[in-house]
Write a protein that binds this ligand. Structure first.
Ligand code: DAH
Length: 341
């Protein structure tokens, strides 16, 4: 057995020299140190050997095994290095080339406008109150003083769902009633931002889907003067500290009286240009004093409480701020457009 071990060691070390692939190395290992190798055989026969022979064979078997393990590891490392050198030479990878820059994302231009709007109203004590985009017919119309079959409903082209009475909201005004029902009889000062939907012909000025920011203040002794100050101050903070505003009488079913607020065109300073269509004024929002019926639907007694409301379109405002000529750019996902902001 001793001789056999000696011979195995010599032959194994010799044959290892000729090995150049990982596969052959693997085979070599199983032949020389594996289950069917001479070393393993030597351990197996130990128990049958004589007392004198046993320690000698045991010791040699250990030595052979250790030596073979060691040369195996060395060879393995040698092959790994050779493979690396080879791949570096043949694959010609230039590791000194600079990497590709990671592209940073940006906020959507309308999101930026929304955040400016939130900030301005937050400074004036208005909280953000979010309400649902899927509404009931009651909240979108009836509670806003537009009973069933009322012709005023025609002002909003509506997406109806297959579930009766469930629609996509056409404006953020239904949120007024949600807020009032939650807070009454406490005073309220909130803005209600979010997506609205209209079944409309899409063109440069209207989309089927757009944001609105609604505002609502309810309390005792709230007057039209409060409304004028808040929305004019908002315009000054958003556009320009000296920007002039004007109010035109208008009509909305849920406010009485109702008005539309214009700001002096900040592109031409009121002289008249293409942005303001030569009028010198830009229409910014609808507003008015909350109609007594709406207050009642919200749980407030109109004899005791009053309030104002307004609604504006962040896309339109973004278009004015950046002189964007087509509202459809916003949801087209064209990076060339979005990257500019
Ligand atoms: N909801 C109106 C619309 O979508 C906008 C509006 C007008 C909101 C007057 C108001 C308001 O709160 O007082 O056209």
């Amino acid at each position: 057995m001793l001789e056999k071990l000696e011979r195995t060691l010599k032959e194994a070390v010799e044959s290892l020299k000729g090995i150049t692939t990982e596969q052959d190395l693997h085979l070599w290992r199983s032949n020389n140190i594996g289950k069917k190798s001479v070393v393993t055989e030597a351990y197996a026969v130990l128990k049958d050997l004589s007392k004198e022979e046993r320690p000698l064979v045991g010791k040699l078997a250990n030595q052979v095994k250790q030596t073979l393990e060691k040369v195996y590891e060395e060879k393995k490392e040698e092959l790994r290095k050779a493979a690396l050198t080879e791949s570096l030479q043949t694959e010609k990878l230039d590791v000194t080339l600079p990497g590709r820059a990671v592209q940073l994302g940006k906020l959507h231009p309308v999101t930026k406008t929304l955040r400016r709007i939130y900030k301005i109203f937050a400074e004036m004590g208005f909280q953000v109150y979010q309400t649902r985009e899927v509404e009931s017919d009651d909240y979108n119309f009836t509670f806003l003083n537009m009973p069933e079959h009322h012709p005023a409903r025609d002002m909003w082209d509506t997406f109806y769902t297959k579930t009766e009475g469930v629609i996509l909201r056409t404006h953020t005004s239904p949120g007024q009633v949600h807020a009032m029902r939650e807070y009454h009889p406490e005073p309220i000062r909130v803005i209600l931002p979010g997506m609205c939907y209209r079944y409309e012909q899409v063109n440069t000025r209207s989309e089927m889907q757009f944001n609105q920011v609604e505002g609502l203040a309810v309390g005792k002794d709230i007057s039209f003067g409060d409304l004028k100050w808040v929305v004019s101050e908002f315009a000054r903070r958003l556009f320009h500290p000296d920007v002039r505003t004007r109010f035109r009488a208008s009509h909305f079913p849920f406010t009485e009286p109702s008005a539309e607020m214009d700001v002096e065109c900040f592109v031409c300073n009121g002289k008249g240009c293409s942005v303001c269509k030569q009028t010198g004024w830009l229409e910014i929002m609808g507003c008015g004093m909350v109609h007594p019926n709406v207050l009642r639907y919200g749980g407030y007694d109109p004899e005791e409480f009053s309030g104002f409301a307004f609604g504006l379109g962040p896309e339109r405002i973004t278009m004015l701020l950046h002189r964007i000529t087509d509202i459809r750019y916003f949801w087209r996902n064209d990076i060339r457009f979005l990257e500019q902001f």
